[in-house]
Write a protein of this length. Structure first.
Length: 462
């Protein structure tokens, strides 16, 4: 099939690359001049493990090309895939202007493609509202498919090849064979429903995942209050096949590019339709509180210290993504500065200029070229991103580089508390009983449990 993919962000570039490698003739459309120049130079404008190699193959061997406008694409198209943004607008509602502009461009084509596929996340009821518009009605009814994306940052290539499901929301069931041809390279179960059903599947999936994370944080607070180890509690719960092991992540809360904006948009959608979602409201509230709780723990650790210094290790929410759109660091760093702390920052993936361009850091922040340099002389270290360099570092050598009180605040519960304690540090995670307190209480050496994160061989400091 001859396919245009509109929007070359994280989802669009993955879709364009995947479709080209699957044998389709693909034209990527990107209106941003800077991003288009990067693509035209044969480079990927986002970081995703494995994408650069597959992208090079798509360009060099499979004919993937790029244009600055859909109107610049010559010849007949069989399908258009819309993967432009739907960023949060005022109050959290999804801003649909990019999607609607893309639909208008598709409608102006002659002939109009057989398939018009939206991958952009849009609130439940959006497609039906478009169907009610006289100018779009025939287009939507006969050719439209909502196919929400379920890519995870860090595993996007695998998720494209083997998604948990392919969801096709459409009114015209005669389109199903063409949709299956388009996504023939995706090996997974199919769910065919209405566009509103497809929209709901996407938003409810993300709301549920966000709820699991907030519940894990509620559970961590309870563990701290009663003196239980949250790691043990999660281990015991996760053996129940009805519960499972995924998305039990006490810590800073969710902060990727999808969950925060989709939770907000779902709540705005509920409000617009006149019904309440108290559980989803609570999910968002718990998540917002986690960032303030992290800052409180840092300030508590340096109480009484003159001119306290904090080393913030990692800016991204996840270690395999350079996406900072909803990263917790956006809130945490300004709050630490407002509290009067000197803030040092290290991130191996995101450069200082990129962080400044995205508004995450400013000139008040002291950028460091290594995590060792950031830690040396700081009073407290905050691990915001579970980079392998940090998880596998020799913390028995890192902790002595800190000044008293030598506190380590683990925002991702990714370190081994006992390694911090045995080196004389004060560890604070989420839902983890103080390793230092356990050591004093037991009167024995703080052994490292084999199942804890980071229990493998320590990496020597650079």
């Amino acid at each position: 099939m001859r396919v245009a993919v509109m929007g070359q962000g994280y989802v669009g570039i993955t879709a364009a690359t995947g479709l080209a490698v699957d044998g389709h003739q693909v034209i990527g459309v990107e209106q941003d001049g800077c991003r288009l120049a990067v693509l035209a130079a044969g480079r990927v404008p986002v970081y995703e493990p494995g994408l650069e190699e597959l992208f090079s193959r798509a360009v060099d061997e499979c004919g993937l090309v790029f244009r600055g406008s859909l109107l610049d694409v010559e010849g007949r198209l069989d399908a258009v895939v819309i993967a432009v943004g739907s960023p949060p607008g005022p109050g959290g509602a999804a801003d649909l202007r990019q999607v609607e502009n893309a639909l208008a461009q598709v409608a102006s084509l002659s002939p109009v493609p057989e398939l018009i596929v939206t991958k952009t996340s849009i609130p439940p009821g959006t497609s039906a509202a478009w169907l009610a518009r006289p100018g779009l009605a025939p287009l939507m009814r006969d050719r439209y498919v909502h196919n929400p994306e379920f890519l995870n940052q860090g595993t996007a290539i695998q998720d494209w090849r083997e998604p948990d499901r392919v969801v096709a929301g459409l009114w015209n069931r005669e389109l199903v064979p063409a949709v299956r041809e388009l996504f023939a390279g995706c090996m997974s179960p199919w769910v065919v429903t209405s566009p509103t059903g497809a929209e709901m599947i996407k938003y409810m999936s993300n709301a549920y995942l966000a709820t699991r994370i907030s519940f894990a944080n509620e559970m961590a607070r309870a563990c701290e209050a009663v003196g239980a180890q949250v790691d043990d509690v999660i281990e015991g719960m996760s053996h129940d096949t009805r519960i499972g092991r995924l998305f039990w992540r006490p810590g800073i809360g969710y902060g990727d590019s999808c969950l925060p904006k989709d939770v907000d948009a779902l709540l705005r959608c509920a409000d617009a339709h006149g019904f309440a979602m108290p559980l989803v409201e609570a999910t968002r509230r718990v998540n917002q509180e986690q960032r303030g709780e992290l800052v409180r723990r840092v300030c508590e650790a340096v109480s009484g210290v003159r001119r306290p210094r904090v080393a913030v290790l990692g800016l991204a929410y996840e270690p395999h993504s350079d996406d900072l759109r909803a990263a917790p660091s956006r809130d945490v760093i300004p709050e630490l500065l407002s509290a009067g702390l000197e803030v040092r920052v290290w991130d191996p993936l995101i450069g200082r200029s990129a962080a400044q361009a995205q508004g995450v850091v400013d000139d008040q922040v002291h950028w460091q070229e290594s995590f060792v340099a950031a830690v040396r002389g700081a009073h407290v270290t905050v691990v915001l991103t579970e980079y392998p360099e940090l998880v596998n570092a020799d913390w028995t050598a890192l902790v002595p580089l800190l000044e008293q009180p030598r506190a380590v605040v683990d925002a991702k519960n990714c370190l081994v508390p006992e390694k911090i304690a045995v080196a004389g540090g004060r560890y604070r995670g989420f839902g983890r009983v103080s390793a230092e307190a356990e050591f004093v209480h037991r009167g024995d050496s703080p052994a490292v449990p084999a199942g804890r994160p980071g229990a493998g061989p320590a990496r020597s400091l650079p």
